[in-house]
Write a protein that binds this ligand. Structure first.
Ligand code: PMP
Length: 361
């Protein structure tokens, strides 16, 4: 068996020890005579697994007690639709800063329910920079301000948490949660689909300040109500138990490896290798994002033409570097370097890039 380096944007590469443990426990978990995926979510065994995953995530991200942590089925897009339903009164305005494709998606999901004020929009500039805080036109009475902490397709990442005053800041951390230390107390709500840094697709994490759960929001079914999910420990209905278990293993692995400070160090080193290969290529490779907001998780870059791009994708695959084709919205190449990608993977990519340029430049 050969596991290649997998640069997929998500679902993405997982830590090999996590996959091995899941494999070993597939037929029988912990001597109970059944797989964990075959038992009730209300069993003491599963409840212990779920509680441990939450405790470990709280440790990993230093989540204060005044925040609830929800584990929900559905992806990040589902949460984007639930935000206005749970936290904005009918007719209330919500502020969105759009810095790429996923910020646009967040606006689209909110629009049926509330008045969306796009406080700043990077699209006229081709999503090459995050709109400067000084240029945001925030509303006086917004229910919340929404940002996308890392734009997975366009490759931009906030380096600092913007100050939005007393209005709660909501952030989509789908593609950079646990990539570096995070001051949760600066946010009203953080959400993330798990399928990049936290484990498998099919489960999302929502970290929400408990006082915000008291807001009435808008008429909605119980199943769309974060307060109900919190009251029932995310077991209002059958949760995605297998995904929750895998998420727990992945979080435990991150703790064992040294936690988010260690991953910040590794992610800086990995992304530097690839950006150096781009910047040192004399223009053969191009990344168009403003340097201060370049993402360490997702690096989009371009070659001189389509033919070279296609050859790069085909030859990199041959060389054991998977899923480097860029998203169709921007084209080119995209390398995703999540926490489970080892430094050797980024090094192999940088080496391949130099070699490819020598042969084709
Ligand atoms: N936000 C961001 C930043 C993402 O990267 C993605 C998925 N790539 C989404 C939202 C949508 O997630 P999902 O497909 O889980 O709904």
């Amino acid at each position: 068996m050969t596991r290649a380096y997998n640069f997929s944007a998500g679902p993405a590469t997982l830590p090999e020890p996590v996959l091995r443990q899941a494999q070993a426990e597939m037929l029988e978990w912990n001597g109970i005579g059944a797989s964990l995926v075959e038992i009730s979510h209300r069993s003491a065994d599963f409840i212990a697994v779920a509680a441990q995953a939450e405790a470990d995530l709280r440790t990993l991200l230093s989540i204060p007690d005044e925040y609830a942590v929800l584990f929900l089925s559905g992806g990040a897009t589902t949460q984007q639709a639930l935000l206005p339903l749970n936290f904005a009164a009918p007719g209330q305005t919500v502020d969105y800063v759009v810095s790429g494709h996923w910020g646009k998606t967040a606006v689209k999901q909110a629009k049926p329910y509330v008045t969306v004020n796009v406080a700043a929009d990077g699209e006229p500039g081709g999503f090459r920079d995050i709109p400067a805080r000084a240029d945001w036109r925030l509303s006086a009475d917004a229910a919340y301000v929404h940002i996308t902490a890392n734009e997975t397709i366009h490759g931009l990442e906030y380096r600092d948490v913007p100050d939005v005053g007393a209005v709660p800041l909501f952030a989509d951390f789908s593609s950079n949660i646990a990539a570096e230390p995070l001051d949760v107390s600066k946010f009203g709500l953080i959400y993330a689909g798990a399928q990049k840094n936290l484990g498998p697709v099919g489960i999302s994490v929502v970290i929400v300040r408990r006082d915000l759960l008291e807001r009435d929001g808008q008429p909605r079914a119980d199943i769309f109500d974060y307060r109900s999910h919190a009251a029932r420990d995310s077991m209002l209905n059958t949760p995605p138990t297998w995904n929750w278990y895998l998420l727990g293993l992945t979080v435990k692995w991150m703790l064992d490896e040294g936690g988010v400070a260690e991953f910040a160090r590794r992610n800086a080193a990995k992304s530097a290798l690839v950006y150096q290969a781009i910047d040192g290529s004399g223009g053969f490779y191009r990344n168009e994002v403003a340097v201060p907001v370049r993402s360490r998780m997702n690096i989009p870059f371009f070659l001189p033409d389509e033919e070279l791009t296609a050859r790069f994708v085909a030859e990199s695959k041959q060389a054991g570097l998977l899923a480097l084709k860029g998203h169709k919205a921007v084209g080119g190449i995209r390398a995703s370097l999540y926490n489970a990608m080892p430094l050797a993977g980024a090094q192999a990519l940088a080496d391949f890039m130099r070699d490819f340029q020598q042969r084709n430049g």
